[in-house]
Design a protein around this ligand. Structure first.
Ligand code: AMP
Length: 562
């Protein structure tokens, strides 16, 4: 049995397996280890996933979608051309693509996965992730918190003892987790985060700052112009520690340029860097620790390559953060270690893992204040409690002759139930009696997968009611799940063997659209030449042409900056 570890990232996804006592990263059909979390439909109505779709974000913005991880757990739909998709469906297409890559690479079928999720994901989002895996034809035996996975990647290889903090700044989310390694046992003490802070926000800030300096606004730009500027700023961000760069772009058809250097970037990034501090402090505080008690700080997530991020984190803790494992692969590596654990590999016998419940779970209760009834949120499992956990609380009737108690389950930190996330409800019958004479015991059991089991026992009759929370607003019913499955099965997929050609052509087209004059003609000639080779359908010739075409395009991508 091989379990596929999947890091389903906001920007990129990756997968790996545990084989022969080690982690094996899986290359995709383009030979790369990162697959952009982008889905599109091509001109023939076929689904494209990964680099081929990403290249078309600029040229075909209405046919391509990205960053849908942020919508997980909501019922929001995204349109690609004439078809609309939920984030679960889009994620399932990415997972399906990874599954196919792994099956092709390992030459065996895979039907089980461990998928990583941000520690801050609520139950809806966790449930949605599980469903995305199932829609892709995988049994999702376990979800693993991303920082926990990253810690496992580090823990196994360094065997450190002590308390440390994982700061994971990816494309769209920040996760901060406080962990303790002790005698081979890894325990998550606390986690906090910001679901709306990531590397992409630095790009957005760069775009805004550049436009502002020219007295321009986003509203002045066409969607294509915005995409192009964002792509250029993304490249500029990655080279920000190098020499000053000149970024040229068009706004409403007029050309502009901005000079970008490290100092400009640091200034632009400051408001975002400040936002890192709050979740760090709250996670450390929730763990009952102070910043000085942290032995080591570990950075993961692509955006931690930015030196400003490294120094901002360093300043908070007053110590240099560790970043020895490639931030793009730390999580999937840890996921594969976890998969190995599940596969009961002997090499991992001594590693035990605990996890925490990232949000407070409770029910709405009625409190009497000055003779008036007010609804309050009554926590049963406090956030950052180590899981699996089972806790019970007793609640009484509030009216004479009350025959029913409705237990409404919420997740969140607000005093008012209505301000928290509603997860579901459970009705129980109680005998008629005077107010406060009848009671129910509400037991919450929360497991490693973030699934909540609610048991209600009526104290006087002993009658029990149970509910596994499933009908949260954004989760799929079995019927909806089957409908999704049916819809996805009808989609036509781009043939795997031509995926690389497709991605190269899309890249050529993108460069053609952004280039001008002679460069443009040269790119057009390259595209036509490559197309001609494809039409001749000679495998050897195609393989050679792919290399040459790719190298030539690489040059044009680089030249844009000179
Ligand atoms: P992740 O979600 O962990 O894959 O992180 C993706 C984010 O990392 C994106 O916002 C990228 O812009 C950012 N990123 C990747 N490489 C670099 C780099 N060399 N310098 C700065 N940011 C990077």
């Amino acid at each position: 049995m091989t379990i596929l570890a999947i890091d389903l990232g906001t920007t990129n996804s990756a997968c790996a397996v545990w084989r022969d006592n080690d982690v094996v990263f899986i290359p995709n059909k383009l030979g790369e280890f990162l697959t952009p979390s982008v889905v599109g439909i091509d001109d023939k109505g076929e689904i494209l996933v990964g680099q081929g779709a990403k290249e078309r974000l600029i040229t075909h913005p209405n046919m391509t979608v990205a960053v849908f991880k942020r919508l997980m757990g909501t019922s929001h739909k995204v349109a690609i051309h004439k078809t609309s998709f939920t984030a679960v469906e889009l994620s399932s297409l990415v997972i399906k693509s990874l599954k196919e890559d792994a099956e092709a690479f390992l030459n065996s079928t895979i039907d089980e996965a461990v998928i990583s999720v941000p520690a801050y994901f609520n139950d809806n989002q966790r449930y949605a992730t599980k469903k995305a895996g199932e829609l892709a034809g995988l049994r999702v035996g376990r979800l693993i918190n991303e920082p926990t996975a990253a810690a496992m990647a580090y823990g196994l290889h360094e065997k450190k003892e002590g308390i440390f903090v994982i700061v994971d700044l990816g494309g769209g989310t920040l996760d901060v987790t406080v962990l303790e390694f002790f005698e081979g046992v890894m325990q998550v003490h606390a986690s906090a985060g910001d679901n709306y802070l990531g590397g992409e926000d630095f790009v957005e800030a760069m775009v805004d700052a550049a436009l502002k300096a020219h007295g321009l606004k986003r509203a002045d730009m066409t969607p294509e112009e915005t995409h192009q500027l964002s792509m250029k700023m993304e490249t500029a961000k990655r080279r920000i520690s190098g020499p000053e760069q000149l970024v040229s772009y068009t706004v409403a058809g007029t050309s502009y340029s901005s000079k970008i250097d490290t100092e400009w970037f640091n200034r632009t990034a400051t408001p975002l860097l400040i936002r890192i501090q709050k979740p760090v402090e709250s996670a450390v505080r929730d763990a009952g620790l102070s910043l000085t008690e942290i032995d080591e700080v570990v950075l993961v997530g692509g955006a931690t390559r930015l030196s400003v991020v490294r120094s901002a984190v360093g300043r908070i803790f007053k110590k240099l953060p560790a970043c020895t494992i490639d931030p793009d692969f730390a999580i999937v590596k840890g996921g594969a270690v976890q998969a190995g654990l599940v596969q009961k590999s002997a090499a991992l016998d001594d590693l035990v893992l605990t996890d925490v419940c990232p949000f407070t779970l409770g029910v709405d209760a009625v409190d009497e204040v000055n003779g008036q009834f007010v609804e309050v949120f009554s926590p049963i499992i406090e956030r950052n409690t180590t899981v699996p956990v089972s806790r019970v609380s007793r609640y009484y009737t509030v009216q004479d002759n009350q025959t029913e108690i409705v237990t409404r389950v919420f997740q969140g930190e607000h005093r008012k139930p209505s301000k928290n996330v509603y997860l579901g409800s459970l009705r129980s019958s109680v005998p008629r009696n005077k107010a406060h004479q009848e009671a129910i015991d509400v037991r919450f059991s929360y497991d490693m997968n973030g699934i909540l089991d609610v048991d209600v026992t009526v104290v006087s009759t002993g009658r029990t009611y149970n509910k596994v929370i499933k009908n949260s607003p954004a989760s799929l019913s079995d019927d909806e799940f089957n409908k999704s499955l049916e819809r996805l099965q009808k989609l036509k997929f781009h043939p795997r063997e031509s995926e690389r050609n497709r991605a190269l052509m899309a890249r050529g087209e993108r460069l053609f659209e952004t280039a001008l004059g002679e460069e443009r003609s040269a790119i057009a000639a390259l595209i036509s030449g490559f197309e001609a080779v494809l039409n001749r359908q000679n495998a050897m010739e195609i393989s050679k042409a792919q290399e040459e075409f790719e190298q030539a395009l690489e040059q044009f991508d680089l030249e844009e900056w000179h």
